[in-house]
Design a protein around this ligand. Structure first.
Ligand SMILES: Nc1nc2c(ncn2[C@@H]2O[C@H](COP(=O)(O)OP(=O)(O)OP(=O)(O)O)[C@@H](O)[C@H]2O)c(=O)[nH]1
Length: 336
């Protein structure tokens, strides 16, 4: 296959919780007219993000979980991409959502390996930045700077959470790090699709070619996950999220709630902000909960976090009537 038939690719990078999946969903639901495949890398054992991606066929979203695609599971990225290119129904565009702790240059260099070099055209590396918390997260600033440095397009997201002054400060700071990058600002990842896909071939400079993968992100970050088919009580769960140790940077989950048993609830903690919203109905799927948290290695006690979430499970047998609504009652209360 020649370079001319190589498939264009965009790599989405950005720190934990910056808004990569939100932006990805915006892109996928826009009028792009392309058959897009998405490779989603969640650092934890369970891939929550791929379940939150909407707007493409199920088999067009591929999970790369339990490690970081820039180091621990780099091999998986390579073989999965080759499998994707081998499909009869080949995608016309590939988007890779790297995990929040990935080094995008190492991810990009995977596509420069002999097996993939002529098959993939790296179009751009897009870095998503959280306008509000970028300067509050001092500990991981080096990692964020590395991600931004690799980008040719930076989306400053969550501008609804900052004033004009902070917005200008972030723009100026990014300009000093990557003077050649284009910068866009966004709320909930809303950016014109034409500006993001197919911007022109990305050039990895020679310095980047020599970029060594010095670290294993699995050693720097600790993940914890929780799975159950028992429902949670909403108020307790919200409290548990708020009480997570501050060494936990990110938590997210798809949750079965006693108060809203018919629909998936999506819980998120990014930095200091927690949120809960209702998603798709469970339909024929047996309700379940999957929660993943990510923090610095050895910075929290997994057993304690497990106990914290265990305490939020609704006791279906003994719960007061008003706590466990029937589906019909729930509809009346929440869908009126
Ligand atoms: N206020 C506000 N919240 C946002 C915005 N964009 C995303 N969020 C919220 O931020 C949280 C994290 O968003 P995600 O899109 O999941 O972030 P991510 O970068 O994919 O997270 P990881 O994959 O875990 O690193 C979610 O609760 C989003 O709803 C925004 O522009 N404004």
């Amino acid at each position: 296959m020649s370079e001319a038939t190589a498939i264009p690719m965009t790599i989405l990078t950005g720190f934990l919780g910056a808004g990569k999946t939100t932006l990805l969903n915006r892109l996928l639901s826009a009028q792009h007219g392309l058959k897009i495949a998405v490779l989603v890398n969640d650092f934890g054992e369970i891939n929550i993000d791929s379940q939150l991606v909407v707007g493409v066929e199920n088999d067009a979203v591929i999970n790369l979980a339990n490690g970081c695609i820039c180091c621990t599971i780099r091999e998986d990225l390579l073989t999965t991409t080759l499998e994707l290119l081998d499909r009869e129904d080949r995608p016309e565009y590939i988007i890779v959502e790297a995990s929040g702790v990935s080094d995008p240059v190492s991810v990009a260099l995977t596509f420069r390996l002999p097996a993939l070099r002529s098959l993939i055209n790296l179009d751009s590396i897009v870095a998503v930045v959280d306008a509000e918390s970028i300067h509050q997260q001092r500990e991981q600033l080096i990692q964020v700077v590395d991600q931004i440095t690799a980008a040719d397009l930076v989306v400053i997201n969550k501008i609804d959470l900052v004033d004009a002054e902070q917005q200008q400060r972030v723009i100026a700071w990014i300009q000093t790090i990557v003077p050649r990058a284009r910068i866009l600002t966004a709320e909930y990842g809303e950016v014109p699709v034409d500006l993001l896909l197919g911007v022109g071939q990305y050039r990895i400079d020679l310095q980047a070619e020599a970029h060594p993968t010095q670290h294993q992100h699995s050693e720097e970050w600790q993940t914890w996950n929780y799975q159950t088919e028992q429902p949670f009580t909403m108020s307790n769960l919200q409290q548990a999220f708020q009480q997570l140790p501050t060494s936990i940077f990110r938590a997210k989950g798809i949750v079965y709630l006693a108060e809203a048993p018919e629909r998936r609830a999506i819980v998120q903690l990014a930095g200091k902000r927690a949120s809960l919203r209702l998603g798709e109905p469970w339909g024929a799927t047996t309700p379940y909960s999957q929660i993943v948290v990510i923090g610095r290695s050895n910075s929290f006690d997994s057993a304690e976090v497990t106990a914290q979430f265990d305490a939020c499970l609704a006791d279906v047998e003994q719960a007061p009537r008003e706590e466990i609504l029937t589906v019909a009652e729930w509809r009346r209360k929440y869908q009126a």
